[in-house]
Design a protein. Structure first.
Length: 390
């Protein structure tokens, strides 16, 4: 796969807080993002012949293709699982389809609207899943939200390695600092360590600013071959590597909480990291900017360890040194503001920020950025990640 497929256009809808876009036509929202991506690339809707998405997506090609004026569908794929674990996998599927000759231009898309009376984060506690045997591993013990599941993993890491709430604060504060410069970010007010530490507790050790937003919006990413990209408008961003899956012992570990301890105190991405670096033929030190899925601050710490930017147990000291800050950090992380402060679109904006960094168009631009790591949400299998190159 290395360097044989490219991202040639990206686009986003406007963003809103949870429930703000619920009454708007989702097809119009996707059309808005698609047209921005097509304009960037110099393509037309008739050029799109493939679709790739992930998680739970109500808009499928049978609805989108005729509504968007796309003449024919040659490829369609969906990454299994809920949440944002499939973001990078969907891009990798699009690249694989292009390389296999299944499609010429694949549209990776995701759209989220939440009804004002319901929340994604409450799904595990819903009475609708009461009959699911898997829920017997967590519901009887009061584990009914993602914040609670991830809090347990992070608490074990704190117990084992001495990670502290101030290390979580560094992730939240540095991410918000980047978002203050981003006019599209929904959270732009500066955040201090003191404000972070005094915020209400959500699931110990996660306080309010350790948890991602709940928002509405959509995004589109266009993937095509290197040969086709040569004739398009924007500088292409090459897909160096894409990995999807994980260690099988992680499995349903987020909800079942039954991983072996060495895996339990991780983000479950070690297997992905090894495959990714091997495909690309690079090492962690070659990465210039990292877009790490930040549904919770603690999972950023664990991903820094899984991807080899520091030793296991050393992520707290790594971030405390200023390493993830922009500007000046050794490895700037989530330069757009991430899920925590820009918007929560199940990881699509992390890929888009990587593309902008490698084009030299980012607001918090990392000088001479050549290689970007993008990760999708640590969750139940499968998760996924990408290495992109200018």
């Amino acid at each position: 796969m290395k360097d044989r497929a490219c991202i040639v256009g990206v686009g986003t809808t406007r963003y809103g807080k949870r429930g703000e876009l619920f009454d708007e036509n989702p097809i119009d929202q996707i059309r808005e993002a698609l047209d921005l991506a097509l304009d960037e690339a110099g393509l037309a809707r008739r050029d799109v012949d493939g679709f790739a998405t992930y998680s739970v997506e109500k808009l499928d090609p049978s609805t989108l293709a005729p509504a968007l004026g796309i003449p024919a569908v040659n490829y369609s794929s969906m990454v299994h699982g809920g949440g944002g674990g499939g973001t990078c996998g969907a891009v990798a599927n699009a690249a694989a389809a292009v390389l296999a000759g299944q499609a010429d231009v694949v549209m990776v898309y995701k759209f989220i609207t939440q009804p004002p009376h319901a929340r994604f984060g409450s799904a595990y506690g819903s009475a609708q899943i009461a009959a699911d045997p898997l829920s017997d591993f967590h519901r009887p013990f009061g584990l009914i939200s993602p914040a609670q599941f991830f809090a347990l993993l992070l608490r074990r890491h704190m117990h084992r390695y001495g990670t502290t709430p101030l290390h979580l604060a560094e992730v939240a504060v540095s991410t918000r600092s980047n978002a203050t410069r981003n006019p599209k970010a929904l959270k732009r007010a500066p955040l201090t360590v003191e404000q972070h530490q005094s915020a209400r507790m959500i699931a110990d050790p996660f306080r309010l600013f350790d948890c991602c937003q709940e928002t509405d919006g959509g995004a589109v990413i266009l993937v095509t071959s290197v040969e086709r990209a040569r004739d398009l408008k924007k500088k292409p961003v090459h897909v160096m590597a894409g990995a999807m899956g994980g260690d099988s012992l992680w499995g349903q570990g987020l909800t079942a909480q039954n991983q072996p301890e060495d895996l339990y105190v991780s983000a479950g991405h070690g297997h992905l990291a090894r495959r990714l670096y091997a495909q690309a033929g690079i090492e962690p030190d070659d990465v210039d900017v990292a877009l790490l899925y930040d549904h919770f601050t603690g999972m950023v710490l664990l991903q820094l360890e899984d991807y080899g930017f520091c030793e296991r147990g050393a992520a707290g000291d790594f971030v405390a040194s200023g390493a993830i800050r922009w500007p000046g950090g050794r490895l700037p992380v989530n330069t757009h503001g991430g899920n925590l402060s820009e918007v929560y679109l199940l990881g699509m904006t992390h890929v888009i920020e990587a593309v902008r960094q490698l084009r030299g168009e980012a607001i918090c631009q990392v000088p001479d950025a050549e290689i970007a790591l993008v990760t999708a949400g640590p969750s139940n299998l499968p998760s996924s990640s990408l290495l992109l190159r200018r």
